[in-house]
Ligand binder design. Structure first.
Ligand code: ARG
Length: 467
C-alpha cells in the first residue's frame, strides 16, 4: 500500500512514479530510520496511542527488519518501496500485520527524513574524525622520523628559507586538525532532534519530544517545526567542511606530486600506491595523489549543488530537498574512502633527506639570516638588505654561495663583516634563528610536535565519548 493513495482517483504515471522515488539511495539510512521509529513508537505508547503489547509488537518488528537486512542485502531489493520510510512501513506490516500501520500516527516523513539525515551525518563525522586522527598520527610519525632533516621552504614556489622537514609536515597537521575541529563544530550544531515537528506545524499528538531527542543522543529537540522540517544547513555545513578538507588534501597531494618528480627528487613514491604506464616502461605514476586532487573537484561540486538546491526554496518541506541526499552521500563516501588511503600512503612514503638538504643549502637560502647578522651589528635592516643583495649579485657572477665569498669581498660591502659571519650562515644556525613559538628552530618544532599529539589525542577521546 502506498503511504498516500486515498485522495487519488487516477493511478500515477508509472514512469513518473519510478522516477520520483528515493529508495535507491536513501536505503542506506535504514538503521537511522529504525532508530528514529523506535523512539517515536515509545512516544506513542506514552501518549496512549499504542498499548504496551502493540509497542512490543512494533519494536520487535523493527528489530526484525534490522536483522533481515544484516542477514541479506537482497532484503533491501524492493520493487515497490518509494523511500526508506515507505519500505519500513511495508515490511513492518508484512511482519506484524495492521498494528504496523499505527506507527505512522502523529508523524510525517518530513520530520523523519530530517532526523535520519542528522543521524547519518553525525555518524559519518565521528568516523571521519577518527580517520583524521589516524592520518594525523601518521604525519606525526613521519615528522619524528625526519629528526633534524632539513629542506627548503618555498614562497612563490622559489626557495625561500630552510626549515625542518618536521616543521613542513606540521603545517599539514595544522590544516587537518582544523578540519577535524570544523567537523566537531558542525556536529555540535546539528545535534538537535526534529522528531515531533510533524509535517510543518508540529505533531498532532502529545509526544514527549525531550524523551525522543534524548533516546537518540540528541542534545535537545529542534525549536521550530517549520525550520526543523525544511532545514538542511547541517548538510551544507558538513559538505562544505568536507570540501575544505578535500581542498587541503588536494594541496597536500599537489606538493607530494611535485616533490616526487625527478626535478625535485625529495620523495620516493611507494610502489604499492603507484601505477606504471602501458606505454613508457620507466614510469611510476602518483595515481593515488592525482585522484586525491581529482576528488576535491567532485566534493566541491557536491557542496555547490547543495547550495544551489537550497537557495530558492520557500519554507518548509519541498521535494527538491530529496535532491540533497545524493551529493551528501557522494561527498561523504569520497572522503570516507580517501582519508584512510592517504594515511596508508603517508605510512609507506620515504623521503630523500640528502636531496632535501642539498636543496636547502643552495640558492642563497641563508640570505635573510645574513642580513640579520648585519642588523645584530647595528646596521639598519634596509641597508643590510641592500648590502646582502649586492653580495648575492657577486655570487651570481662568480657562481658561488654567500659562504664562499672572502672576508675581503664582504668587507668591501660593509666593514662590520667578521669571521663569525660564516658560522651564522650554516644551515643549523639559520634554523636556530627562528626561535619563536611556531618557528622552525628544532626545540620549537619538538614542542609543536608534542602539542599536536595532545590535540590528536583529545579528538580520539571526544569521538570515544560520543560512541
Ligand atoms: N523521500 C523524501 C525525501 O527524501 C522523504 C520525505 C517525503 N515527504 C513528502 N512530503 N513527500 O525528501
Amino acid at each position: 500500500m502506498k503511504m498516500w493513495s486515498g485522495r487519488f482517483r487516477q493511478p500515477l504515471n508509472p514512469e513518473f512514479e519510478h522516477w520520483q522515488r528515493s529508495f535507491e539511495f536513501d536505503k542506506r539510512l535504514l538503521t537511522h530510520e529504525l532508530g528514529a521509529s523506535n523512539a517515536h513508537a515509545h512516544a506513542l505508547r506514552e501518549a496512549g496511542v499504542l498499548s504496551s503489547d502493540e509497542l512490543i509488537t512494533i519494536l520487535q518488528g523493527l528489530e526484525k527488519i534490522g536483522e533481515l537486512t544484516t542477514a541479506s542485502p537482497a532484503f533491501l531489493e524492493d520493487p515497490e518501496a518509494e523511500d526508506v520510510h515507505h519500505f519500513v512501513e511495508k515490511q513492518l506490516v508484512a511482519l506484524v500485520g495492521d498494528t504496523g500501520y499505527k506507527l505512522h500516527s502523529g508523524r510525517s516523513r518530513n520530520e523523519q527524513i530530517a532526523t535520519d539525515l542528522r543521524l547519518y551525518v553525525r555518524t559519518v563525522i565521528d568516523q571521519l574524525r577518527t580517520d583524521l586522527a589516524e592520518f594525523g598520527y601518521a604525519l606525526v610519525d613521519c615528522a619524528r622520523q625526519a629528526k633534524d632533516a632539513v629542506m627548503p621552504a618555498y614562497t612563490h614556489m622559489q626557495r625561500a628559507e630552510p626549515v625542518l622537514v618536521a616543521h613542513w609536515l606540521l603545517a599539514y597537521l595544522e590544516m587537518f586538525l582544523r578540519d577535524a575541529e570544523r567537523l566537531a563544530d558542525c556536529r555540535w550544531r546539528l545535534n538537535v532532534c526534529p522528531l515531533g515537528s510533524g509535517a510543518v506545524a508540529g505533531a498532532t499528538l502529545p509526544l514527549d519530544r525531550r524523551a525522543m531527542a534524548a533516546s537518540l543522543g540528541f542534545g535537545s529537540p529542534t525549536a521550530n517545526s517549520i525550520d526543523a522540517t525544511s532545514d538542511r544547513d547541517f548538510i551544507l555545513e558538513f559538505v562544505n567542511s568536507l570540501s575544505i578538507l578535500a581542498m587541503h588534501l588536494s594541496r597536500w597531494a599537489e606538493e607530494m606530486i611535485l616533490f616526487s618528480s625527478q626535478e625535485f627528487g625529495f620523495i620516493n613514491l611507494p610502489e604499492a600506491y603507484s601505477t606504471g604506464s602501458s606505454a613508457m616502461p620507466q614510469k611510476k605514476n602518483p595515481d593515488l595523489l592525482e585522484l586525491t586532487r581529482g576528488k576535491a573537484a567532485r566534493v566541491i561540486g557536491c557542496a555547490t549543488a547543495l547550495l544551489v538546491t537550497l537557495k530558492g526554496l520557500p519554507l518548509a518541506y519541498n521535494k527538491d530537498l530529496q535532491e540533497t541526499q545524493e551529493p551528501l552521500f557522494d561527498a561523504a563516501d569520497s572522503m570516507l574512502s580517501l582519508v584512510p588511503l592517504v594515511t596508508k600512503w603517508m605510512k609507506a612514503v620515504t623521503f630523500n633527506y640528502e636531496r632535501m638538504r642539498e636543496a636547502a643549502q643552495s640558492g642563497f637560502i641563508n640570505a635573510w639570516a645574513a642580513a640579520t647578522y648585519l642588523v645584530q651589528r647595528g646596521v639598519p635592516f634596509r641597508l643590510a638588505h641592500e648590502q646582502i643583495g649586492r653580495a648575492v649579485q657577486i655570487c651570481l657572477e662568480k657562481q658561488c654561495e654567500l659562504q664562499e665569498l672572502s672576508l675581503e669581498e664582504l668587507q668591501s660591502l660593509n666593514p662590520v663583516f667578521d669571521r663569525d659571519f660564516y658560522v651564522c650562515l650554516s644551515l643549523e644556525s639559520v634554523l636556530s634563528v627562528h626561535d619563536v613559538a611556531g618557528g622552525t628552530a628544532p626545540a620549537r618544532v619538538q614542542q609543536a610536535l608534542s602539542a599536536v599529539e595532545e590535540r590528536i589525542k583529545s579528538i580520539c577521546e571526544e569521538v570515544h565519548a560520543h560512541a
